[in-house]
Design a protein around this ligand. Structure first.
Ligand code: TYM
Length: 321
């Protein structure tokens, strides 16, 4: 099976990105053909500082490699190194009804928050459709917030195929049930724009400070505590096996420990979980030339697949004359 995903280089990666997408990609590598890329054109919709975008692109690539994307197994590249995607974006635009984009949640949410409604924000799902359709994936592991975008890609592919024949494979999203929406420290969806993230590669002191801010109910130390709705428990659960979950549940129901204790425990669990990844990250951080080489050869591999597909599109649309 071909498994495919992308992430935006829009800042520090957080637990939502990890469980919603990155971990699933890394796990998929063993049995599948995997394609992963850094969506730097997408990041232009919200970032206009060139130096910063350059930095964040390398940072995202370094993080992804540290977290286990294996360039010997996966095709791993930066979006802008495979320019065929922009050509496909244009070709798909003629098969994208305005209404489809007007219904896109992410556009509606962003403009409702006061972000200026420009064309790239509006047409973002078409670029994402191009990302996907260019590589004919079977499944796309994403968090719940991206489901609609994959559905839009599917709708556009159907319209194009109806006109020109079976050019595009119809993509399916894959959303892991327990991590469809990873909660942030306030219990809402974890998201950079809500300022409620726990970052994967932050400093230890900062992480502890963030964990201490997790919103919990106010109950006396001795009293038994509810774990099901507890933000600390729900975050810890992502890292624990069944036995460890049960042990934590018991600590909640016994009473005698406060949320402060559970927060310290959660901090340790997260910090230990990412320890080996931090070490790999330090290696790639020191060897940025190696990261660049990996991205260059990934782009070359991706281009082979992309150019085959774009040739078909040029041919059926008559652009190739
Ligand atoms: P991005 O960069 O915002 O997020 C990367 C991935 O992380 C997932 N995610 C979450 N999952 C669960 N809980 C959360 N709280 C959470 N927060 C983020 C996202 O669902 C996503 O899977 N448009 C995409 C990038 C993209 C892409 C693509 C993805 C561009 N082209 C083609 C797949 C295929 C985005 O902005 O993701």
């Amino acid at each position: 099976m071909r498994v495919f995903t992308g992430i935006q280089p829009s800042g520090d990666l957080h637990l939502g990105n990890y469980f919603g997408s990155i971990k699933q990609m890394v796990d998929a590598q063993e049995q599948n053909e995997t394609f992963a890329f850094i969506a730097n054109y997408h990041a232009m919709t919200s970032l206009s500082d060139g130096e910063r975008l350059r930095e964040l692109t390398m940072q995202a690539a370094t993080d992804f490699l540290a977290l286990g994307i294996d360039p010997n197994v996966s095709t791993f590249w930066v979006q802008s190194d495979v320019k065929e995607v922009l050509e496909l974006y244009w070709a798909l635009s003629s098969f994208t009804p305005m209404g489809l984009l007007e219904r896109a949640h992410s556009y509606k949410d962003k403009t409702a928050k006061g972000i200026a409604a420009n064309h790239s924000l509006f047409s973002y799902p078409v670029l994402m459709a191009a990302d996907i359709l260019l590589f004919s994936p079977d499944v796309i592991p994403v968090g719940k917030d991206q489901i609609q975008h994959v559905e839009i890609a599917r709708d556009i592919a159907i319209k194009f195929n109806n006109e020109y024949g079976e050019i595009f494979k119809l993509p399916e999203y894959q959303v892991a049930e327990n991590v469809a929406t990873v909660p942030g420290i306030d219990g809402q969806k974890m998201s950079k724009s809500y300022g409620n993230t726990v970052n994967i590669f932050g400093e230890e002191k900062k992480q502890l400070k963030t964990i201490k801010k997790i919103v919990t109910e106010n109950v006396p130390l001795e009293a038994p505590k509810e774990y099901e709705e507890c933000n600390v428990y729900n975050m810890a659960k992502l890292f624990l096996n069944e036995q460890e979950c049960v042990a934590l549940q018991e600590r909640y129901t016994q009473g005698g420990e406060g949320h402060g204790h559970f927060k310290l425990y959660l901090h340790d669990v997260i910090w230990e979980y990412f320890r080996p990844y931090r070490e790999r990250r330090a290696y790639f951080e020191k060897n940025q030339d190696e990261v660049r080489d990996i991205l260059n050869s990934g782009a070359a591999k991706a281009r082979v697949v992309a150019s085959e597909l774009i040739e078909k599109v040029r041919s059926v649309t008559g652009i190739k004359y």
